[in-house]
Design a protein around this ligand. Structure first.
Ligand code: NDP
Ligand code: MG
Length: 381
C-alpha cells in the first residue's frame, strides 16, 4: 500500500487523475514533474505541497521557481532533474505518467531505489521491457500496471500461483474512432477526427495511438513484458463498450475478466492500494444500465499498426524500440499536421525496414535504436 507518491508527468491526463486519487486516499506527495506547464504545476504544488517540483524545460522551470518563491518547495529544471524526482527519498511509490520513451531512465532509477512503480508509461516497457523487468527482479521493486487492460489482467492473476496455468491473456480494444471504416476512408481522417476517442479522455499521443490501433500493439508488447509471455499467448479482441477491461484464460478453460466503468482512476487507485482495496466514491458499474457487450476481431489490414507491433514483438531485440521511436516521431508529425493519418503506419514500417535489429540489447543499444528510428522517419516524412 502506497503512503507517499511522486508523480512523473503530473500535469497530464494520468497525472491529474492520480492526484484526484491521492487526495481521496489521503496520500502524501513527495515530488511532481511536468515538461513545461508551469501554471498547472504551480497550482498542483500549492495544493499538494511536494518537497520537489520539476519542469524538464529549463525556461519554464525558472518561471516556476519565481511562482513558488514564497514556498519551501524546491524547484529544479532539466532532464536530469526528472531523475532526481524519481529517486526522491520520501516517496515509496513513483507513478510514471510521462508520455514516451523519456520515462525509461527515471523508471530504472526509481527501480534501483526499490520504489513501487505504478506504471502508466507503456513506451518504457515496450522499448526496454526486459531490462526494466530484470532490474525490478534484481532490486525487489514492485511494478504495478496502471494501464487499464494490464491492471485488469493483474487483478485476474491475483491468486495464480503458477504462471504455466495461464493459457492466454485477452486484451480488449475499443477499436477507436475509426472502427468499421474502410482503409481509404481511414486515410482521410484528420488530427481533429483522431483526437475524438469514443470512450476515454486522454493525452493527445495515446489518443492518436488508439485511432491507429498502435496503442493496442504497444499494449500487446507491454503485456508480454509484464507477464513474461510469448506473443502466441497474448491476443486482442475488439470490445466497443470498454466495460470488460481485459481477460485471462486459464488452462482449465476458466476465463476471468475485470469489469468497470471506463474511468482510469480505478486502475490508478488499485496501483496505490494493492494488495488491498479501498472505498471508491465514484458510481459503481450498473450492469442493468450497460449496453450489450460485444466482441469482434480487429482488422489488421485497415489498421496495420497492430500488425507492425506484433511483428516487432515476434522479432524481439531492439525491434520494439525501433517501432516505438518511429511511432512517437510519426505521431508527433501527425499532431503537427505535417503528415496524414495513413503516413503513420507507412513511416513506422519504413523505419523498421531501414534500421537493423540487434538482439540482447544494452540500454545504450536501445537508446541508439530509438534515435535511428526517429531519424529514419524524419528522412522519409
Ligand atoms: P499527457 O500528454 O496527458 O501527459 C503527459 C505528461 O508528461 C505531462 O505532465 C507532460 O508535461 C509530461 N511530459 C510530456 N513530455 C515530456 C518530456 N519530454 N519530458 C518530461 N515530461 C514530459 O499523457 P497521458 O497522461 O495521456 O499519458 C501518460 C502515459 O500514460 C503515456 O505513456 C500513456 O500511454 C499512458 N497511459 C495513458 C492513459 C490515459 O488514460 N491517459 C491510459 C493508459 C496509459 P506538460 O503538461 O508540461 O507537457
Ligand atoms: Mg490501455
Amino acid at each position: 500500500m502506497s503512503k507517499t507518491i511522486s508523480i512523473l508527468g503530473a500535469t497530464g491526463s494520468i497525472g491529474r487523475q492520480t492526484l484526484d486519487v491521492a487526495e481521496q486516499l489521503g496520500l502524501r506527495v513527495a515530488a511532481l514533474t511536468a515538461n513545461s506547464n508551469a501554471e498547472r504545476l504551480e497550482a498542483q504544488a500549492r495544493k499538494f505541497r511536494p518537497r520537489l517540483a520539476v519542469l524538464t524545460d529549463e525556461a519554464a522551470a525558472k518561471d516556476l521557481a519565481v511562482r513558488l518563491a514564497d514556498t519551501d518547495i524546491r524547484v529544479l529544471g532539466g532532464p536530469e532533474a526528472l531523475l532526481e524526482a524519481a529517486v526522491c527519498p520520501e516517496a515509496d511509490t513513483v507513478v510514471t505518467a510521462v508520455v514516451g520513451m523519456v520515462g525509461l531512465k527515471p523508471t530504472l532509477a526509481a527501480i534501483r531505489e526499490k520504489k513501487r512503480i505504478a506504471l502508466a508509461n507503456k513506451e518504457t516497457l515496450v522499448c526496454a521491457g526486459q531490462l526494466v523487468m530484470d532490474a525490478a527482479d534484481t532490486y525487489g521493486a514492485e511494478i504495478v500496471p496502471v494501464d487499464s487492460e494490464h491492471s485488469a489482467i493483474f487483478q485476474c492473476l491475483q491468486g495464480c500461483a503458477d504462471r504455466r496455468e495461464i493459457k492466454r491473456l485477452i486484451l480488449t480494444c475499443s477499436g477507436g474512432p475509426f472502427y468499421g471504416m474502410m482503409a481509404e476512408e481511414v486515410g482521410k481522417m484528420t488530427r481533429a477526427d483522431a483526437l475524438c476517442h469514443p470512450n476515454w479522455t486522454m493525452g493527445p499521443k495515446i489518443t492518436v495511438d488508439c485511432a491507429t490501433l498502435m496503442n493496442k500493439g504497444l499494449e500487446v508488447i507491454e503485456a508480454m513484458r509484464l507477464y513474461r509471455l510469448p506473443l502466441e499467448q497474448v491476443s486482442v479482441v475488439i470490445h466497443r463498450q470498454s466495460i470488460v477491461h481485459s481477460l485471462v484464460e486459464y488452462r482449465d478453460g476458466a476465463v476471468l475478466a475485470q469489469l468497470g466503468t471506463p474511468d482510469m482512476r480505478l486502475p490508478i487507485r488499485y496501483a496505490m492500494t494493492w494488495p488491498h482495496r479501498a472505498d471508491n466514491p465514484a458510481e459503481p458499474l450498473d450492469l442493468l444500465a450497460c449496453p450489450p457487450l460485444t466482441f469482434a476481431q480487429p482488422d489488421r489490414d485497415v489498421f496495420p499498426c497492430l500488425r507492425l507491433a506484433e511483428e516487432a514483438a515476434e522479432e524481439g531485440g531492439t525491434a520494439c524500440a525501433i517501432l516505438n521511436g518511429a511511432n512517437e516521431e510519426a505521431v508527433g508529425l501527425f499532431l503537427a499536421e505535417k503528415i496524414g493519418f495513413s503516413d503513420i503506419p507507412r513511416l513506422v514500417e519504413a523505419a523498421r525496414a531501414a534500421v537493423a535489429v540487434q538482439q540482447d540489447p544494452s540500454l545504450e543499444d536501445i537508446l541508439a535504436a530509438d534515435q535511428a528510428a526517429r531519424q529514419a522517419v524524419l528522412a522519409r516524412a
